[in-house]
Design a protein around this ligand. Structure first.
Ligand code: 3PG
Length: 400
């Protein structure tokens, strides 16, 4: 982006592919971290006199307009953060977008409606995606990729559009890649990885890679129950991906072979019912040993012994990568596991990277001061795939 700035962007229409995919309750944004993270890039381009066109996806609409996934609340919040009016186009490549962009004065900012209201954005068909990218290209003179959270998606605005316009990486992508690169180089040890979240299948690639790199891997969240089942424990009605048990066993064996400590919960909070996240009514969880989950109960958070154990495993860490909450942190009765990990990170002197999505939101929603964490990534899947060593379409397109 600084190279573009040197060449001059004043008066140019600059398309910024951001990731404004923020969590919403109705039209209320519950965590605006991703908007705040990309705002400096937008502010910088605006200050340089560019006509800034911001585009993003939000959620997973089905390739057609759906008001539940409108970017209007995100556009409004962006305006508040920038401290200036932001125009909003009610479509992406239609009449509204054309007229809003045509009406931009130098330094002004517009947000387009959700890119995924167009089937071409996410299409697997190169021609269909390309045709949509052609339409997007007509709106702009230059492209800045700064939606780190979406760089692992081979989507029209991420992968095809930069091939059609002079392009550059924004400051957010530069920072994110700079930090993640450090984790792939020589790290300060012990290198402790904390993985949580619902599905073990989302984390297999990264576990495979981290087994070669990390000293300790601590497991929590829904994915822990497939590992517990792999060890022969009854997991009741907890989240379980039976088909992943063989690969979990492989990883447990590989960890042992490599001398990597692979740590599973020793106790968990269980209930017969999933808690009500809206009313947050008391859930009355029961505490059980991780190898004694009753048949009619599901595990919803790690228990106090596990919290203590994980805090101890984090205490002397030199480097920590954390992705995924330890339990249903959105409900106060099941937030303590995730809180304990966040606190463990704060208490250690480690270089810490919190990998995106839910864990980043958890850190903020649980009231931790995000500024004292080493780095909170805006990318969940993107940071995992980066650490897997995969080529990310949205980065490859910018390097090209
Ligand atoms: C994310 O939330 O990880 C990114 O915004 C990408 O969203 P997606 O998984 O729906 O592509």
């Amino acid at each position: 982006i600084d190279d573009l700035a040197t060449e001059g962007v004043a008066g140019k229409r600059v398309f910024v592919r951001a990731d404004l995919n923020v969590p919403l309750e109705g039209t209320t944004i519950t965590d605006d971290g991703r908007i705040r993270a990309v705002a400096p890039t937008i502010a910088k381009l605006s200050a340089l006199g560019a006509k800034v066109i911001v585009a993003s996806h939000l959620g997973r609409p089905k390739g057609a307009p759906d008001p539940a996934f409108s970017l209007a609340p995100a556009a409004e919040r962006l305006g508040e953060i920038l401290g200036k009016g932001v125009a909003f186009a009610t479509d992406t490549v239609g009449e509204s977008a054309a007229s809003v962009v045509a009406g931009l004065a130098d330094g002004e900012v517009a947000v387009l409606e959700n890119l995924r209201f167009n089937a071409g954005e996410t299409s697997k068909d190169d021609a269909e995606r390309g045709a949509f990218a052609d339409q997007l290209a007509e709106l702009a003179d230059l492209y800045v990729g700064d939606g780190f959270g979406a760089v692992h998606r081979k989507h029209a605005s991420v992968f095809d559009l930069p091939k059609r316009l002079p392009h550059a990486a924004g400051d957010l992508i530069a920072t994110e890649v700079g930090v993640l690169k450090k984790l792939t180089a020589e790290v300060r040890r012990p290198y402790v990885v904390v993985l949580g979240g619902a599905k073990v299948s989302d984390k297999l690639g990264v576990i495979d890679n981290l087994l070669k790199k990390a000293d300790r891997i601590l497991i929590g969240g829904g994915m822990a129950y497939t590992f517990l089942a792999a060890k022969g424990h009854e997991v009741g009605i907890s989240l379980l991906q039976k088909d992943q048990i063989p690969v979990c066993l492989e990883y447990l064996a590989e960890a042992e072979k490599r001398g990597v400590e692979f740590v599973l919960p020793v106790d968990v909070l269980v209930s017969a019912d999933f808690p009500d996240l809206k009313t947050k009514a008391p859930a009355n969880p029961e505490l059980v040993a991780a190898d004694a989950i009753p048949a009619d109960k599901e595990g919803l958070d790690i228990g106090p012994k596990t919290r203590e154990l994980y805090a101890a495993k984090l205490a002397d860490a030199g480097t920590v990568f954390w992705n995924g909450p330890m339990g249903v942190f959105e409900h106060p009765d099941y937030a303590n596991g995730t809180k304990a990990v966040a606190q463990g990170l704060l208490d250690s002197d480690a270089f810490t990277v919190v990998g995106g999505g839910d864990s980043a939101a958890a850190v903020r929603l649980l009231g931790f001061d995000e500024n004292v964490f080493g780095h909170i990534s805006t990318g969940g899947g993107a940071s995992l795939e980066y650490l897997e060593g995969k080529t990310l379409p949205g980065l490859a397109a910018l390097e090209d």
